[in-house]
Design a protein around this ligand. Structure first.
Ligand code: BGC
Length: 711
């Protein structure tokens, strides 16, 4: 803590009137608080979101201003970033977001989103990173440092906590046992706060244990502040506050909302009255002001030479491209169809609407007014540079009446082309949903069946929309070498055609350079190195939350699957996924050799050092993510068959060998003992698994821990 500004903060608080304090703790614009000009305190300016800095709105209305100066860099979505498993790239992506936020005059950027992907159907999965708390924690820390370190901007990690669905998102009451909350849903936030030093955090819309997250003393005062020592600002999601005294006392610092009656916000006049009437102590308000001023000092808001940032620089594009390249996952390459050999190909058929549409301006609050977005079709054409004839067929459409015509056109094109690339998947434009509504795509209860990746909706099933399964099957019938690219923000069901497809690639809402990156991977300029940050299940019934009938729940949702989320469930209960967590192929092969493990136990902690030799035994250079999983062989409680506890991404030239060194501490072996309200490592045997995915384990080692550790 910097004593310098703490003293100044106390002096400012002395000078502020109660009315001025109140004006600083609620929205007085859709994305800002009020300034206190008399004392030189600026207003706090915020902007969405995780994929770039959102365009400007009118102060009090959700009307885009429509200027030409708010086009910004469009970053790969968080799922794409997580698929890189590259902590350095997470820093780079954060640094782009922070720099651009500052360049657009913002103080707080409303990201990253890090909620656990509890179900593949959650509409906001594309904004989130993973189903695994270790992967999230390891990426969110450098991301936040990248945002904050050099840019004089605050990150606002969101949505705290247990915000894992969009259905009933404003009210749903989550019930999750404490062990699962601690082991699965909170670690990412804890890392963001304790290691990433996020200057602010956003409370979620939903309830937890009957309390709105913005009102939850347990979440804010007890865990965030007392346990984790958070001294930053707690900002509500937009419209997530439902009362005055309760959230004020629980520790919420700023109330934001979506309406323009700013003086009526709970933290405006009603809170002013509550303080005057003695229902809330002024010290409670002072604590909020102290945190807000502290954030302002941290981002140099009072300084003459504050970082000015910038946006859309050339350097930024390079960084965004790097993330896009590494986020693409090669799921299947049976006959080594990929990479495509451009010197042999004269005609290329690109099939599927997702090859030719942009996605940046969709998805909800993560929408971006992108400076540009290279589609797959454009990327492929740019890559081939006129040396091959690239033809496009739309292949599918939301308009069911066009189906036969579009499929026939695509099949004809596929028959007559040397190479075929199908780009299907999902989209996340609200228009798509409206069209679906118009097409009367309704279930029995007259509920729309959303099939898009978007805030505000969960998908109704895993199925690929718009008859894409039929399109893919029929194209594969005439050209079994067709490459299938799934362009989504979350898993889709590929089982109707996966056996017939030899080459399958997963890409995501992959930023403004996404199409270029895809072409580079398809034609082998870039060797794919992405790994799935979530399980792609064989069916929705194979997902634990769905199997037990607890997604999306009703007014309440009970996370009865407990800690068995994603691969923790699949691996423990022997449920075969379509593609497992951590999976991703390369154009080369890596051999793992010689696992050395050294355990040293100290009085308070454990240190386990692991060394593995990795050898690129193929013909091209490539990158591998060495994943380290742990299982507790002698636990007194049920624990997952294996859990990710460390990883390292390395680049290896053809024939090159490197030693990967990973280190684990007691946290890697502990579970949360809900009765004792603390973490426990039980003495006994543990197994370490080093592998290329959670199923492709190459080396194992047993270790023994000689005593219990509680903390
Ligand atoms: C979303 C937040 C977003 C906020 C401001 C809310 O609806 O849940 O993620 O930051 O709107 O746009």
């Amino acid at each position: 803590m910097n004593k310098n500004y703490e003293k100044k903060i106390d002096d400012i608080i002395e000078k502020l009137t109660l009315e001025e304090k109140i004006s600083m703790i609620h929205g007085n614009g859709l994305f800002r608080t009020e300034a206190v000009e008399r004392l030189g305190i600026p207003s706090l300016k915020m902007s969405d979101g995780p994929m770039g800095v959102r365009h400007e709105f009118e102060n009090a209305h959700w009307n885009p201003i429509g200027n030409s100066d708010d086009y910004t860099s469009y970053l790969p979505c968080n799922t794409a970033l997580a698929s890189t498993w590259n902590t350095k790239l997470a820093y780079e992506a954060g640094s782009v977001l922070g720099r651009e936020a500052r360049g657009r005059g913002k103080d707080v950027i409303l990201g990253p989103g890090i909620n656990i992907m509890r179900s593949p159907l959650c509409g906001r999965n594309f904004e989130y990173m993973s189903e695994d708390p270790c992967l999230i924690s390891k990426l969110v820390v450098p991301f936040i440092k990248g945002v904050q370190e050099k840019n004089d901007v605050a990150a606002c990690v969101k949505h705290y906590a247990a915000n894992n669905q969009e259905t009933e998102r404003l009210n749903v009451d989550v019930e999750v046992d404490e062990r699962s909350l601690r082991e699965i849903y909170l670690p990412g936030f804890e890392a963001a706060v304790k290691e990433g030093n996020s200057y602010s955090i956003m409370t979620a819309y939903n309830k937890l244990y009957g309390y709105y997250c913005s009102h939850s003393k347990y979440l804010i005062r007890d865990i965030l502040e007392d346990e984790w020592g958070f001294d930053g600002v707690v900002i509500s999601d937009w419209g997530a506050v439902h009362d005055t005294v309760e959230p004020a006392e629980a520790g919420l610092d700023i109330e934001m909302n979506v309406t323009d009656n700013f003086d009526d916000y709970y933290f405006a006049k009603p809170l002013l009255d509550a303080v005057k009437e003695g229902k809330v102590k002024e010290e409670v308000i002072n604590d909020k002001i102290r945190r807000i001023l502290r954030l302002m000092y941290r981002i140099n808001a009072f300084s003459e030479d504050r970082n000015r940032g910038g946006y859309n620089s050339l350097e930024t594009r390079e960084k965004v491209l790097k993330v896009a390249r590494e986020g693409i996952v090669l799921l299947k390459n049976d006959k080594y169809i990929l990479p495509l050999k451009d010197n042999k190909i004269k005609t290329v058929a690109v099939i599927g609407e997702n090859a030719d549409i942009t996605h940046s301006n969709g998805g909800g609050s993560a929408e971006i007014k992108a400076l540009y977005e290279i589609t797959p079709l454009l990327g492929i054409k740019m890559r081939l540079g006129g040396n091959a004839q690239v033809s496009y067929a739309q292949g599918y459409s939301e308009d069911a009446s066009e189906k036969e015509k579009l499929i026939n056109e695509a099949v004809e094109l596929a028959k007559n082309s040397d190479a075929v690339i199908i780009v299907g998947g999902l989209k996340h434009m609200a228009e798509a949903l409206k069209l679906e509504q118009n097409a009367l795509e309704v279930t029995k209860g007259d509920r729309v069946k959303p099939r898009i990746d978007s805030e505000g909706y969960d998908r109704s099933d895993l199925e690929l929309p718009y008859d894409q399964n039929e399109l893919i099957r029929r194209v594969l019938e005439v050209n079994s070498n067709a490459v299938v690219v799934m362009f989504t923000g979350a898993p889709v069901d590929m089982t109707p055609w996966i056996k017939d497809a030899s080459a399958v690639v997963q890409t995501w809402y992959n930023g403004m350079e996404g199409g270029r990156a895809l072409a580079e991977v398809l034609f082998g300029d870039v060797n794919p190195s992405g790994k799935l940050p979530m399980t792609i299940p064989k069916s929705i019934e194979n997902c634990p939350a769905h199997k037990i009938g607890e997604f999306p729940g009703g007014k309440k949702v009970k996370y009865s699957e407990g800690i068995f989320v994603g691969y923790r469930y699949h691996s423990t209960y022997d449920v075969e996924p379509l593609f497992c967590f951590g999976h991703g192929l390369s154009y080369t092969d890596f051999k793992y050799e010689n696992m050395k493990v050294n355990v040293s136990e100290q009085s308070e902690d454990i240190r386990v050092q692991v060394e593995i030799n990795v050898n690129n035994v193929g013909k091209v250079s490539g990158a591998e993510v060495v994943q380290l999983y742990v299982s507790d062989e002698t636990a007194s409680v049920k624990r997952p068959a294996l859990e990710l506890k460390g990883f390292e991404k390395i680049e290896l030239a053809a024939g090159e060998k490197k030693t990967v060194k990973l280190e684990l501490d007691k946290k890697a072996f502990a579970f949360y003992d809900a009765e004792a309200k603390g973490w426990l490592v039980e003495k006994g045997m543990f197994k370490l698994y080093a592998g290329s995915s959670c199923q492709d384990i190459r080396l194992t080692s047993n270790i023994e821990i000689s005593k219990d550790y509680r903390y």
